[in-house]
Write a new protein. Structure first.
Length: 314
């Protein structure tokens, strides 16, 4: 439970941050306090300056410290929130690969978001909360909706923040399996290409390689198997930028198979005719320190059947 004190004033709530929320991002803090309030509303509050930390405006990524005073404006919740279908709850629980009292790792299905928002009524975290509401589930990191594989979740705010710190401080390692368009015979290559948001494209702002204004981004690619017109690779993101593997693959001239944002439309259409109805990107391995013991936890997720079937056809 959160160790905070609160008072009401002119419709807004003032909260004193307790030690349980030390170093937590303000957006995540608000989502924990305002259960059922749409994420879009929470970010609008932050943009408009309705939320204050110690009297000053704040950004979503600003972090809290014990004793901070947070102003939370009144906000209406969704009536009861979205109902997660029983089948989705069962699918998510069945996908758990590792679990103990502090954390869990699951094999996220492709097509299921990690959380609700932007017209998405529910995701993995809502499904877990609906299936086992006695646990305070929290996301340690994120996977794109179209990506399958290892996803780490914490149990309780303290464990979740420890896991998030491991990803933020690059103490967690990840390896993906990806199918590239074209024959890429480079063997092993480290791509070091800074990334930043580019111009809007189809309602999204994809990441682009930028010599100026970009954040450092490093991905190691290793060729695993060559197919006619395609290459299976192991991709290890050494930094944690948005869409990093996808953007770096396009930068190499070999975009991911089935990628709707960074991919080759003609190649995607051909692969769809051959049965690929998703992006070929799978989080196959993850290793990180346990939030309580510090012991290294290593988990693997096998390649989904539909991706294995495509490789067989190739």
């Amino acid at each position: 439970m959160s160790k905070t004190d609160s008072k009401q004033s002119t419709g807004a709530e003032w909260v004193t941050v307790g030690p349980d929320h030390a170093d937590q991002r303000i957006d995540n803090f608000l989502m924990g306090r305002l259960k059922g309030v749409p994420r879009s509303r929470i970010y609008r509050m932050l943009r408009k300056g309705e939320v204050r930390i110690n009297g000053g405006r704040c950004r979503p990524a600003d972090r809290l410290q014990p004793g901070d005073q947070v102003r939370i404006p009144p906000a209406s919740t969704r009536q009861g929130g979205a109902t997660v279908p029983q089948g989705v709850r069962q699918q998510v629980v069945a996908s758990l690969l590792f679990e103990d009292d502090a954390m869990a790792v699951l094999d996220k299905p492709a097509g299921l978001a990690v959380h609700s928002g932007s017209g998405i009524p529910y995701g993995v975290i809502e499904a877990l909360a609906a299936a086992r509401p006695e646990i305070g589930w929290g996301l340690a990191h994120r996977l794109d909706r179209g990506t399958s594989g290892c996803l780490v979740v914490g149990k309780g705010a303290g464990n979740t923040r420890s896991l998030q710190a491991a990803f933020r401080e690059e103490r967690a390692s990840k390896a993906y399996l990806a199918l590239l368009v074209g024959r890429w015979e480079a063997g092993e290559r480290l791509v070091e290409a800074p990334l930043r948001r580019g111009p809007e494209q189809g309602g999204q702002r994809p990441m682009v390689v930028a010599a100026e204004g970009g954040q450092p981004a490093r991905t190691r690619f290793l060729t695993l198997r060559l197919f006619p017109g395609h290459t299976l690779v192991r991709a290890e993101p050494l930094t944690g930028r948005t869409h990093q593997i996808r953007a770096h693959a396009r930068h190499l001239g070999h975009p991911l198979a089935g990628d709707p944002l960074y991919g080759d439309p003609d190649a995607n259409r051909e692969l769809k005719d051959r049965g690929l109805n998703r992006m070929f990107l799978h989080s196959a391995e993850i290793a990180l320190p346990h939030p309580e013991t510090g012991e290294t936890i290593q988990v693997r997720a096998g390649l989904p059947a539909e991706l294995k079937a495509l490789l067989d056809r190739l």
